[in-house]
Design a binder for this molecule. Structure first.
Ligand code: SF4
Ligand code: SF4
Length: 185
């Protein structure tokens, strides 16, 4: 019987080399708040079985977990897979081991961003927040629509305050990693 995507735990058809393995990676992830459940994963696949994204794409949460547990740090952090999760929490509801996969994905995304692997969509959103104070810039058309719906007009965000918050959180420093280049796509 041939291997399915579900059964593979490394990049398709590429053997794992010792130099690709970071044995500390799983502990590094588990050390973050919300990541400790990772080490309890049995790779049973209940998460993949209920995942709405897995139902329509090649994405499999169990495969991501398998790669983390194997120590394939570079592969995991540079992979598109970690940006596929819709944070619906279905996998967490199904997981008998209380792995809290959604938290694990957040940790992996944060690590990926710090290592220069932010996805284009997220990077664009982050830049828009820095520039406009919102994920989606406000337009007159939106305010007219809000008026029609009886909603109050949105006020301009306090950009100075936002900039201070971003700066104290180190958000602007993280984004500076990406200065001069678009994204990893
Ligand atoms: S995260 Fe939970 S549901 Fe998913 S493979 Fe691991 S133990 Fe199973
Ligand atoms: S939280 Fe993410 S991985 Fe879990 S079921 Fe939802 S989309 Fe799939």
């Amino acid at each position: 019987m041939g291997q399915t995507d579900e059964m593979r735990s490394q990049k398709d058809d590429v053997p794992i080399r010792d130099e690709d393995v970071d044995r500390e990676f799983k502990y590094e992830v588990a050390d973050h708040f919300g990541g400790e459940g990772l080490l309890r994963c049995l790779k049973c696949g209940a998460c993949s079985g209920g995942c709405p994204v897995a139902a329509v794409t090649d994405y499999r949460p169990r495969k991501v977990l398998g790669n983390v547990l194997l120590g394939l740090k570079d592969l995991v952090l540079s992979s598109d897979d970690i940006w596929m999760c819709a944070a619906c929490f279905t996998c967490e509801e199904r997981c008998v081991q209380e792995v809290n996969f959604t938290d694990v994905i957040t940790i992996l995304r944060n690590m990926a961003v710090r290592e220069g692997h932010a996805s284009k969509g997220y990077l664009d959103m982050a830049r828009t927040v820095l520039q406009h104070g919102r994920v989606v810039p406000m337009t007159h058309a939106v305010n007219r629509m809000r008026d029609k719906l009886g909603l109050p007009e949105l006020q301009e965000p306090d950009m100075e305050e936002l900039s201070q918050i971003m700066s104290s959180a180190g958000f602007d420093k993280i984004l500076s990693i990406y200065a001069g280049r678009d994204t990893t796509e």
